[in-house]
Design a binder for this molecule. Structure first.
Ligand code: PLP
Length: 427
């Protein structure tokens, strides 16, 4: 076997060969080398001491790392079969997962496409919607409506519904499909904004395949929260004008906002729903696109009656087995009380940030805490300040934020909140 690399060797090779998310090549700042992780703690390889995880690895590791139940599910499935093609074959982990997802998601979502990343699940959602209208003889309905400030992933259709002006995909604004944009949703319910949504749906209905939004929380586009009532406005407008409604629950799903899915805050069922991230408890890459029978039957009645999408790793048994175990873990306990406990802890711990110079807003919902600055954050200074407090955070744009695993204990929640305040002060 090759000898293990020391931290300096590893970083030198990383700098030379490895691309990181949204990173230049070579990176501007050395990443932290992680040796292992368990519970809510990451263990850096340089021996500098454990860090409490304030990020759940981007909304995904909801049960913490190295969980015995998830480890066992992966191990057990690995011994049976790590992967088989899904064309013409099926297996218990995928079937059980589809049934679990249908049972736990808003009433009416019945059919499940197992994709391999959140972005792909959004691509599939868009394809479902466009194909539905084609099948019904209305091929002109092929645009999407969304609101500004969203984020739906980094592949082509998802990028087209991220904010094109000043957003992270601005570079591609001339070549992406041209979509219809509403203003970003206000935090509180405003009738004038509801009218703005209604009138845009009505005006563009003839060319709209679907409205696609992140319900209640806009994540990577700005960590903004909005009134769930807007979801009901969209449902009614879409029904009135023959437009499909897609909820991207990739970040908000599996309890993050205090409801199993954010759609529950509004008691609304979308026609199509995307989930990912926490689906496998952050263990393996898998996402899913769910749709109603109306959508699936519409596609099946078309001239081309198949949904022409089939990734090589579709329905991966390892990921599906871990996803089933992850959902079982979540539903097998009082997760609502745990998320509420975190919400209370973050609310108390982040309150002092409101008085800091340069802080524009402090907001908390479920297991999400956000401090918004009135200037772009100094990522390096803010990250280092959090690490000094023994916490891992990843500030960006004008935001210092946290979405800890719901299993984080009270003392660690307090520590994370102190780190967010320290990062906001330094950033
Ligand atoms: N949609 C939302 C709401 C997201 O937050 C993300 C990722 O941050 C995605 C889609 C894309 O998912 P993935 O990174 O798994 O492709």
């Amino acid at each position: 076997p090759e000898p293990a690399l020391n931290v300096a060797e590893l970083l030198a090779l990383d700098r030379r060969h490895v691309w990181h998310p949204y990173g230049p090549m070579p990176g501007r700042q050395d990443p932290l080398v992680v040796e292992s992780a368990s519970g809510v703690r990451l263990r850096p390889a340089d021996g500098s001491g454990e860090l409490v995880d304030g990020m759940s690895s981007w909304w995904s590791a909801i049960h913490g790392y190295n969980h015995p139940v998830l480890n066992e599910a992966a191990r057990e499935q690995l011994e049976r079969m790590s992967h088989v093609m899904f064309g013409g074959l099926t297996h218990e982990p995928a079937v059980r997962l589809a049934k679990l997802l249908v049972d736990m998601s808003p009433e009416g979502l019945e059919h499940v496409f197992l994709a391999d990343s959140g972005s792909v699940s959004v691509e599939v959602a868009v394809k479902m919607c466009l194909q539905y209208w084609r099948s019904l003889g209305r091929p002109g309905k092929q645009r999407l409506l969304t609101w500004r400030g969203g984020y739906h992933g980094d592949t082509w259709q998802p990028m087209s519904v991220c904010d094109p002006e000043g957003g992270m995909h601005e570079l591609w604004s001339g070549v992406l499909p041209r979509q219809v944009f509403a203003d970003a949703p206000p935090a509180q319910y405003e009738e004038a904004y509801a009218d703005h949504l209604r009138s845009l749906v009505e005006r563009h209905a003839g060319e709209l395949a679907a409205v696609i939004v992140e319900p209640v929380v806009q994540g990577a586009g700005g960590m903004r929260f909005h009134s769930p009532a807007y979801l009901r406005v969209l449902r009614e407008a879409c029904d009135a004008h023959d437009v499909l409604l897609v909820f991207d629950e990739i970040a908000t799903g599996f309890g993050r906002t205090g409801a199993l899915f954010a759609a529950e805050h509004a008691a609304v069922t979308p026609d199509v729903m995307c989930v990912g991230k926490a689906l496998t408890g952050g263990y393996l890459t898998m996402a899913a696109t769910l749709c109603t029978s109306r959508v699936a039957d519409g596609i099946s009645r078309g001239e081309v009656p198949v949904l022409a999408h089939g990734p090589t790793f579709m329905g991966n048994p390892l990921a599906a087995a871990v996803a089933c175990a992850s959902i079982g873990l979540l539903l097998g306990q009082d997760w609502r009380a745990e998320v509420k406990r975190i919400e209370t802890g973050l609310g108390e711990g982040l309150a002092p940030a409101a008085g800091l110079p340069g802080v524009r807003d402090v907001r908390v919902l479920g297991a999400i805490g956000v401090v918004q600055l009135d200037h772009p954050v100094d990522m390096r200074a803010a990250t280092e300040a959090a690490v000094r407090e023994g916490v891992w955070l990843r500030p960006f744009r004008d935001l210092v934020y946290t979405m800890p695993p719901y299993v984080t204990g009270d003392a660690d929640v307090a520590r994370i909140a102190r780190a967010v305040c320290a990062a906001a002060r330094k950033g």
